[in-house]
Design a protein around this ligand. Structure first.
Ligand SMILES: NC(=O)c1ccc[n+]([C@@H]2O[C@H](COP(=O)([O-])OP(=O)(O)OC[C@H]3O[C@@H](n4cnc5c(N)ncnc54)[C@H](O)[C@@H]3O)[C@@H](O)[C@H]2O)c1
Length: 313
């Protein structure tokens, strides 16, 4: 008999890619999503069970599913949002995650997988940053993700389920719907002569192709046998924003684009100017990123350009 699994946020960028990989494993997939940023077009509706649910609502009213694993990818994924709206991360991230944990407990689901973020480190002192580094929160998004992690860890230590927490750098690739490459392509479609770059463009970040990320999430969450474990998922390579802009312009066949910097070492208040994760722990499970950052960026630009009528207003 097919095993059942639940994916929250399964209509979003990362969730839809997780769903598509889980389908390849012959699982019966149930998606819980309110479509706030997710889209049904990201899914093959014949192959999944889709439930429109706002996960802030009472978890006792959600459909009861006898699932083996609960993949929790629904969230406010916009790091900047919390600066202007002090409720969004508390509600969409922490409250939603607590509801998901309580639902998993009520339905005796024994594996819980969570999408956290490199943002939990804020601006750490050590790079590449390992899972043990001391946190220094610089955004409400990061603060909410580390709070979600703490709740999940506590529930695991009560013995309710095994949990796997992944701290991701920025994902890129098929289905990409938000982030710096999206912003650049959108701006360049409107104006091919100049490009506004937030900050001084010297921010250094790491990016992970969605194929590497999905493989890491599915393999590592199955392989480890601790009650609760946190894994960084990122790339050994890094790239500054100016180099990324050069690649985007080149892939769009645009020459002589004038870069206009908004100034300062951060893109926005709460932006981490340097993100580079130590992924030794994930590599102990045989995982490593196979796709070079530059190749991933070029493929992402091609994906956005090919889907531009659907992806841009
Ligand atoms: N994309 C990245 O680079 C990145 C990096 C680090 C961490 N993450 C985390 O990974 C997860 C997925 O991110 P993504 O990029 O796919 O974001 P996304 O916005 O594309 O997907 C989020 C999904 O959650 C759904 N959702 C949001 N609030 C909900 C609610 N209250 N009830 C039901 N559904 C709700 C949305 O409709 C959407 O389908 C998030 O937890 C995000 O914080 C993403």
């Amino acid at each position: 008999m097919k095993k059942d699994v639940i994916v929250t946020g399964g209509a979003g960028f990362i969730g839809a890619n997780i769903v598509s990989a889980l389908k390849g494993k012959g699982l019966n997939i149930h998606i819980f999503d309110n479509f706030s940023t997710g889209n049904k077009n990201n899914l093959n509706l014949n192959e999944v069970n889709l439930y429109k649910i706002d996960l802030k609502d009472d978890f006792r009213k959600w459909p009861k599913i006898n699932a083996s694993t609960f993949y929790h990818f629904a969230a406010n994924a916009d790091v900047r949002g919390g600066l202007y709206n002090h409720e969004i991360d508390l509600n969409e991230n922490l409250l939603v995650t607590k509801n998901c944990c309580d639902y998993a407990i009520n339905n005796k689901i024994k594996n819980f997988v969570f999408a956290s973020s490199a943002t939990v480190y804020g601006e750490p002192d050590i790079y590449p940053t390992s899972e043990e580094c001391i946190f220094n929160q610089t955004s409400l998004y990061g603060a909410s993700k580390i709070s979600c992690e703490a709740f999940i860890q506590a529930y695991s230590n009560y013995g309710y389920f095994k949990s796997t927490i992944f701290r991701f750098v920025s994902w890129i690739g098929k289905g990409y719907s938000h982030g710096v490459i999206y912003d650049f392509v959108e701006k360049l479609l409107k104006d091919q002569n100049s490009l506004e770059i937030l900050g001084n463009g010297k921010q250094i970040k790491s990016y992970l192709d969605v194929r590497d990320g999905v493989r890491g999430v599915l393999d590592i969450s199955e392989l480890h046998n601790q009650k609760s474990c946190v894994f960084n998922l990122g790339h050994d390579e890094t790239m500054n924003v100016i180099k990324l802009a050069d690649i985007v312009c080149d892939e769009m066949n645009l020459e002589k684009v004038e870069y206009k910097f908004t100034g300062g070492s951060r893109g926005w208040i709460g932006d981490s100017p340097f993100v580079h994760l130590d992924t030794k722990r994930a590599k102990e499970y045989g995982w490593f990123p196979k796709i070079k950052i530059e190749d991933g960026i070029r493929e992402t630009v091609r994906y956005l350009m090919f889907n531009k009528s659907r992806r841009f207003r």
